[in-house]
Design a protein around this ligand. Structure first.
Ligand code: MTE
Length: 317
């Protein structure tokens, strides 16, 4: 059987499951899956683990809020590697080569530390998560991501003992990312989580949205999504993941430690030094639309509250 026929078969077999799980696939041309090598491979390889029932059960982590349109999600972005204006990523991110893509792991004891994206996606149960994204700037969106919990990846690695934090790095490629030619930020963009946060079932790796491959402006081909934290923690286009003992350097909290903390949990009671965090402007509601009340941990207090029990959230912002 040649490669194309094999892929067609795989897609034929798992196709019905995809349609069942990807709620938004009715707005997606089904041929999409056949056309994009990487995504087909990901889903094809994931087919062994593609059991519809447990996958559907995890859907409870999703919000019932109505997702923003694909136009809103892909044209109003923060991705400083392509410029600081909200429309720059849509304009310029196409220049980033996302295939092939490799991710290096540090703080793991296995010999092989560098993996191709297809190897990483092998066996992963791909699922949809509809999450609110609350930016520290005071706006929010609802985004139907496609991907898998970061935990599923961590479970496959042999971690060195005693890792307490996970550090993430975006690719550094100034020839393709025009914003990196200037020192707007201290490149590469870096972020981090505690190991407990990284292992939390809500912490997600997005490889797609709206049932399609992830657009470059949203962090293709592999980005983090941590729905209870301000959006800047959800680092895009990741190329390196390190398991370490000390709290890592993170871009925004180093840039301006008074304004951006390491934790950066969404919290209406702790204002940014220059603006209130009590409410948010919902993208798509118009500039004069009603503001939404921001919720503690972006509405996930039941799921993540225990991680911060007894912690002074004003001090550890
Ligand atoms: N990741 C990288 N590498 N560079 C960035 O500038 N911006 C962050 C985050 N991840 C950013 C990043 C910010 S501030 C937000 S609000 C979200 O990405 C925006 O994600 P979106 O454009 O997919 O909505």
């Amino acid at each position: 059987m040649n490669r194309t026929t094999m892929m067609d078969e795989v897609v034929n077999i798992i196709g019905p499951y995809i349609l069942k799980i990807l709620k938004y696939s009715d707005v997606t041309p089904y041929n999409f899956y056949l056309n994009r090598r990487k995504f087909v491979e990901a889903l094809g390889l994931a087919s062994l683990a593609f059991v519809p029932t447990p996958t559907l059960a995890k859907q409870s982590y999703s919000t019932n809020a109505k997702p923003n349109t694909i136009e809103e999600i892909t044209n109003y972005n923060n991705f400083y590697e392509f410029g600081t204006s909200k429309t720059d990523p849509a304009k310029y991110a196409q220049s980033l080569t996302t295939d092939p893509w490799e991710i290096t792991f540090e703080g793991v004891s296995q010999n092989k530390k560098k993996f191709d994206l297809a190897e990483i996606l092998r066996g992963k149960a791909i699922q949809e998560r509809i999450y609110r994204l609350r930016c520290v700037e005071g706006w929010s969106m609802v985004i139907p991501w496609i991907g898998f919990p970061l935990r599923d990846l961590i479970d496959e690695l042999e971690l060195d003992n005693n890792a307490k934090f996970v550090a993430f790095e975006t690719v550094y490629r100034p020839t393709e990312m025009r914003g990196q030619k200037r020192a707007t930020l201290d490149w590469p963009y870096r972020e981090g989580l505690t190991i407990e946060e990284a292992l939390h079932p809500l912490t997600f790796i997005a490889i797609g949205l709206y049932g399609k491959e992830l657009p470059n402006q949203n962090g293709a081909p592999f980005r983090l999504v941590v729905p209870w934290k301000y959006g800047f923690k959800s680092i895009k286009s990741i190329t390196k993941i390190s398991f370490i003992k000390e709290q890592p350097y993170t871009t925004w909290s180093s840039e301006n430690p008074r304004e951006y903390g390491f934790y950066s949990n969404v919290n209406p009671n702790v204002d940014h030094p220059r603006w209130s965090q009590a409410t948010e402007r919902v993208i798509g509601e118009g500039l004069f639309g009603e503001r939404r009340k921001t919720e503690l941990f972006n509405g996930y207090i039941e799921e993540v509250g225990d991680l911060y029990k007894g912690m002074d959230l004003k001090k550890y912002y």
